[in-house]
Design a protein around this ligand. Structure first.
Ligand SMILES: Nc1ncnc2c1ncn2[C@@H]1O[C@H](COP(=O)(O)OP(=O)(O)O)[C@@H](O)[C@H]1O
Ligand SMILES: [Mg+2]
Length: 283
């Protein structure tokens, strides 16, 4: 988690801008590592209040793009702009958008209690104690962990540890949540429970979420929009709208006719891209 302010241009939400309604814009983002082009002029928008997934095979550059948006990596070319939502804490502070990141591993401090882990970023930022108290309580309630404040991470299951990681990200009330395969290392049943939790959290907070995953199913269950990335080089192949009604659960979504249709279309697109990839890489 990083209760960070963007290290690059931000725009006041109230300004009449062509990107109104957009939380994050990536324009022609290009990144090379060594001799390899990892991101090839990626342009991409995350809508304000949208849950958008970035789906693609391992190695296509999803984490790199997320890290560039988070300001943890710099692009070789291209631009990232962040727009705060109207009336938010982000827009009040001169149009700054606040970001938080959830990674695959919760990376909790093993010697700190759940409460201290969730409070960590706020304490570091010297937020006043009453606000920290309120923010931590709210965040723990959102992830269903009220009552675990005094526990240490080793006393919690992997799924619960990941929920603490999500609470830590939510505690500073960021306007954008970036999630990088946060459920990849929990078992299948826990993952389904966490999907339902995250759907409920989104209903209550309506944050702008960018969710990175290689699982097409997970992306469909959770998202309003799916951006599909191809590999060699990493680029956005196509975007899909997920029109299944909310509030959702894992089960209702999987039973919806659009689930199978979308799954098929995205799989086809990725299979075609993988077949083309060696020819592209050899150019
Ligand atoms: N810091 C780095 N140095 C060199 N190569 C990197 C670095 N980070 C990522 N890569 C390479 O960039 C490509 C995309 O990686 P990544 O963004 O982690 O993909 P994904 O998250 O989609 O699996 C991979 O080939 C990976 O080896
Ligand atoms: Mg990754």
């Amino acid at each position: 988690m990083r209760p960070a302010e963007a290290p690059y241009e931000t725009k006041p939400a109230t300004a009449p801008t062509p990107t109104a309604g957009v939380a994050v814009t990536c324009e022609r983002v290009h990144k090379r590592f060594g001799g390899e082009t990892v991101l090839d002029n990626v342009s991409f928008n995350l809508g304000q209040g949208s849950f958008t997934s970035l789906v693609g095979p391992s190695g296509c550059g999803k984490t790199t793009l997320l890290r560039i948006i988070a300001g943890l990596e710099t692009p070789d070319h291209g631009r990232i702009s962040l727009t705060g939502p109207p009336g938010s804490r982000a827009s009040e502070s001169a149009g700054r958008q606040s970001l938080a990141v959830v990674f695959q591993q919760a990376n909790l401090f093993p010697w700190k209690s759940v409460w201290r882990n969730v409070a960590f970023g706020l304490e570091l930022a010297k937020v006043d104690p009453a606000t920290i108290e309120r923010s931590v309580a709210n965040a723990l309630a959102l992830v269903g962990l009220t009552g675990t404040e005094k526990k240490r991470p080793y006393q919690l299951s992997g799924g619960m540890q990941q929920r603490v990681g999500i609470a830590r990200a939510l505690a500073p009330d960021p306007s954008v949540l970036l999630m990088d395969e946060p459920f990849a290392s929990v078992d299948a049943q826990t993952r389904e429970e966490l999907h339902d939790e995250l759907l409920a959290i989104w209903e209550r907070t309506k944050k702008s979420v960018l969710f990175v995953t290689h699982s097409i199913d997970e992306a469909i269950v959770l998202s309003d929009e799916i951006a599909v990335m191809g590999v060699h080089p990493g680029r956005i192949l196509e975007r899909f709208a997920v029109e299944m009604p909310r509030p959702r659960t894992e089960e209702t979504t999987r039973l919806h006719p659009q689930f199978a249709e979308l799954r098929h279309s995205i799989r086809e697109l990725l299979v075609r891209d993988a077949l083309d990839a060696p020819a592209v890489a050899a150019r």
